[in-house]
Design a protein around this ligand. Structure first.
Ligand SMILES: NC(=O)c1ccc[n+]([C@@H]2O[C@H](COP(=O)([O-])OP(=O)(O)OC[C@H]3O[C@@H](n4cnc5c(N)ncnc54)[C@H](O)[C@@H]3O)[C@@H](O)[C@H]2O)c1
Ligand SMILES: O=P(O)(O)OC[C@H](O)CO
Length: 343
């Protein structure tokens, strides 16, 4: 673990872009695993706070960060000698952000996506956006996903995760760079399945939050999780993913964590809508990135492009973007024509 995060005779170096909750928490994992980690953030005062107080007061208050983690606002400084460039900004800003950083990348730096979203308009997965903007092959892009609520990880509570890359050897290098006593990463080469699992679970998390807010009970929750996984798997199959990925950490594991945790921003966003807040009120009280709010539209777009039926995703889009009252949307969902379970 700690000893394995070395590259030949020097520590592995990682730049983490995004000093929000998950960038800071995953940077903590890398530093605890023995890497030299530099966090990039937009705001000098937050970088200063990380360096002087060894905490991130805005995103992870009260949690001590490791000594091997420092912050800067200079992307070139963050990337200097980096083996891994880890990206943890909102999915919809990644393209613009990375365009500015790409010219600073070395030829052998591996790009790592922590993001769980699908780009609006293009319907591209985050690894595809990275390949396109940075001009790198799929073998140099990895994805970290799974049931990883940032605050729990930063508190060093135990969790497993998936490190996915088309090139299995690159996945193994990243696995060893982020393996600690509390963070157990597994490798996978099914990048499409891992990314879809992460992006669609946010949409199902919204649906479950809405149901919880409406007081629909635990049977409704179990039904939404299971049928949500069924529609995720249908989309994955149409896009060439391995269906077994969806019963793993990137699918079921993340779905269960998101749909059952008060720490989930997507679940909380849905909960507020289900309790009767308007979209505007809900957005106003949401301080961090709830990716499903935008990605429900791109996931539905993706489903239509692939001719896949995703009724729960469609219901979420109806409530979140078309102003459909949750009670009306529920009635419509329950009135769909009867069918066999496996179809
Ligand atoms: N928080 C979690 O538990 C968690 C876990 C796994 C994956 N993720 C994923 O990680 C990604 C980042 O989420 P997060 O939880 O860190 O979000 P966050 O809201 O906590 O932080 C987002 C970070 O991006 C920065 N940012 C916002 N707009 C920006 C812009 N236009 N340009 C550059 N930077 C910008 C913010 O300043 C902040 O530092 C999301 O895709 C999310 O789904 C989050
Ligand atoms: O807070 P959420 O809803 O973005 O979920 C965080 C993580 O993705 C859980 O694995």
């Amino acid at each position: 673990m700690t000893d394995s995060a070395h590259h030949a005779d020097r520590p592995v170096k990682a730049a983490v872009f995004g000093t929000g909750s998950w960038g800071t928490a995953f940077g903590t994992v890398l530093a605890d695993a023995g890497c030299e980690v530099t966090l990039w953030g937009r705001r000098p005062e937050l970088a200063e706070a990380v360096n002087t107080t060894r905490t991130n007061p805005d995103y992870l208050p009260g949690i001590e960060l490791p000594a091997g983690l420092r912050a800067t606002t200079d992307p070139a400084e963050a990337l200097d000698g980096a083996d891994f460039a880890v990206l943890a900004v909102p999915s919809q800003t990644l393209r613009g952000n990375l365009a500015a950083w790409a010219p600073l990348l070395s030829a052998d730096t591996v790009l790592v996506s922590l993001m769980k979203g699908v780009e609006l308009g293009t319907t591209k997965r985050m690894s595809q956006v990275i390949e396109e903007v940075a001009g790198v092959p799929a073998e140099r892009v990895a994805v970290v996903t799974g049931p990883n609520l940032a605050r729990e990880i930063a508190q060093r509570l135990p969790a497993a995760a998936v490190v996915a890359c088309r090139d299995g050897e690159v996945a193994r290098r990243l696995q060893s760079a982020c393996h600690t006593q509390y963070f157990r990463p597994y490798t996978n080469t099914d990048v499409v399945g891992c990314e879809l699992g992460g992006a669609v679970k946010n949409v199902i998390g919204l649906a479950v939050g809405i149901a919880d807010g409406m007081g629909l009970g635990d049977n409704a929750k179990g039904s939404l999780i299971t049928r949500g996984l069924a529609e995720t798997t249908r989309l994955g199959l149409a896009m060439g993913a391995d269906p077994l990925t969806f019963s793993g950490l990137a699918g079921l594991g993340d779905l269960v964590a998101t749909c059952s945790s008060p720490l989930s921003r997507n679940h909380t966003f849905g909960l507020n809508l289900g309790k009767g807040m308007t979209l505007e009120q809900t957005i106003a009280v949401t301080k961090q990135t709830a990716e499903g709010v935008k990605s429900c539209e791109s996931v539905l777009d993706l489903a239509r492009r692939h001719g896949v039926d995703m009724p729960i995703t469609e219901t979420v889009v109806g409530i979140v973007h078309d102003g459909k009252p949750p009670a009306v949307a529920l009635k419509e969902l329950m009135s769909r024509s009867a069918k066999p379970e496996r179809r």
